[in-house]
Design a protein around this ligand. Structure first.
Ligand code: PCA
Length: 197
């Protein structure tokens, strides 16, 4: 099985993104019978979908596993749904700040993941790693990219899942008092997901 693993570049006023830190620690390698390829996505409503679809065409994965940072989250969030809506409180890395705009004006209102969420959650919980199924991916760049990914992948029979990660312990510049998780624990959770699928 071939897996495409993606993480996002830094955004806002931070110089790192927990999703990219985890992605790059896993990097292109073999997990027994799985090959994992990685790709970095821009924090751009307009560009991330194209970078992702090019990566899918290049790598031809059976599974697209996307990671993003959810600053302030206390747990690893397995995202069930992507909504056809963009609404930002802060501009993306291109300076674009949409307000209640559809991602695809002729598209479905929402897409659900075609990955086995509960099975994955069970496997992560066996290792006592804080995790949860989330029913909202937000309305920022992660949701937008997940929506485009699901719309493409469901049609082609490719499995696709988005996972939001908290800040990591020791991350530079994160607001005081916010929850964080050890980077190696997040890497372990993603490795469990890869082994489960
Ligand atoms: N998190 C943002 C965009 C990039 C990222 O890592 C989000 O949740 O939309």
């Amino acid at each position: 099985m071939k897996i495409l693993l993606t993480g996002f570049e830094p955004f806002g006023n931070l110089d790192s993104n927990s999703s990219w830190e985890v992605t790059s620690k896993i990097a292109c390698h073999y997990f027994e019978e799985h090959t994992v390829c990685v790709e970095q996505l821009p924090v751009s409503f307009n560009r991330a979908g194209d970078v992702l679809s090019k990566a899918i065409q290049t790598h031809r994965p059976d599974f697209v596993l996307m990671l993003g940072q959810s600053g302030g989250a206390e747990k690893i969030k397995l995202e069930r749904v992507a909504l056809n809506m963009m609404d930002a409180k802060k501009a993306d890395n291109d300076g674009f700040m949409p307000s209640e705009l559809p991602i695809d004006k002729d598209g479905e209102n929402a897409y659900f993941t075609n990955a086995p969420l509960k099975e994955i959650l069970e496997e992560i919980e066996k290792e006592e790693i804080p995790s949860i199924i989330s029913n909202s991916c937000g309305l920022y760049v992660c949701n937008c990219t997940y929506y485009k990914a699901l719309s493409y992948c469901i049609d082609k029979g490719i499995k696709c899942l988005f996972v939001h990660l908290p800040y990591y312990d020791g991350q530079n510049g994160i607001p005081e008092g916010k929850a964080m998780l050890d980077l190696n624990i997040m890497v372990k959770a993603i490795e469990i997901i890869i082994k489960t699928i």
